[in-house]
Design a protein around this ligand. Structure first.
Ligand SMILES: *[C@@H]1O[C@H](CO)[C@@H](O)[C@H](O)[C@H]1NC(C)=O
Ligand SMILES: *[C@@H]1O[C@H](CO)[C@@H](O)[C@H](O)[C@H]1NC(C)=O
Ligand SMILES: *[C@@H]1O[C@H](CO)[C@@H](O)[C@H](O)[C@H]1NC(C)=O
Length: 160
């Protein structure tokens, strides 16, 4: 009886572990000079470092979404991170002080199944808003914002 219980626990725990980690976002810089000065021809960007708590061995990857002055950010995934298993999409852009992003990370997790059912994709809806999200602060006169410390982007969806 005891050995059956232990076996069941071993089977169950990897599943819960697979979905336990959130994303950590650091070194955010968001800049949109044309928001502060309509004459500016400098482009806008959202950049940050992206870590998945479930894959600490991979470390952080740098992500950057850029777009030209006078245009809107791309609204599809555009391979914006150095490690292409991570990605980011701008879901809504109201300016540097109100940006909604969707973050994603896809990786192999053998604890959830065998190929091709071991490919896990996790998503997080992540809002950068000033002054409501701390520690994200903006210099509105330059339309430039940055974070300090670690922002946790809660993983809301995981698809295997
Ligand atoms: C933008 O350009 C116009 C025309 O050259 C100029 O009058 C205005 O002062 C400029 N605005 C800023 C904020 O630099
Ligand atoms: C940010 O923009 C969203 C629309 O995308 C809006 O619903 C929300 O009220 C805005 N938040 C602030 C603080 O302006
Ligand atoms: C990219 O991340 C994946 C996990 O998502 C990892 O297996 C791979 O080694 C990483 N690639 C590089 C070049 O670091």
């Amino acid at each position: 009886m005891a050995s059956i219980l232990i076996f069941a626990a071993l089977l169950v725990s990897p599943f819960t572990a697979a979905f336990s980690g959130n994303f950590e976002v650091t070194n955010v810089v968001v800049s949109s000079p044309s928001q502060a000065n309509p004459n500016s021809t400098e482009g806008s960007f959202v950049q940050f470092d992206f870590l998945d708590q479930d894959t600490p061995e991979v470390g952080t990857t740098h992500c950057c979404v850029e777009w030209a002055a006078g245009s809107q950010p791309p609204t599809t995934y555009s391979n914006a991170c150095h490690n292409s298993t991570f990605d980011v999409q701008v879901q809504s852009w109201q300016g540097v002080d109100n940006v909604s992003l969707e973050l994603s990370h896809q990786y192999i997790d053998d604890s959830i199944g065998q190929y091709p059912y071991n490919i896990l994709t996790k998503f997080s809806d992540f809002v950068l808003a000033y002054p409501s999200i701390q520690p994200y602060s903006c210099d509105i006169s330059k339309a430039e914002c940055e974070s300090s410390g670690v922002l946790v982007a809660v993983v809301t969806t995981a698809v295997a």
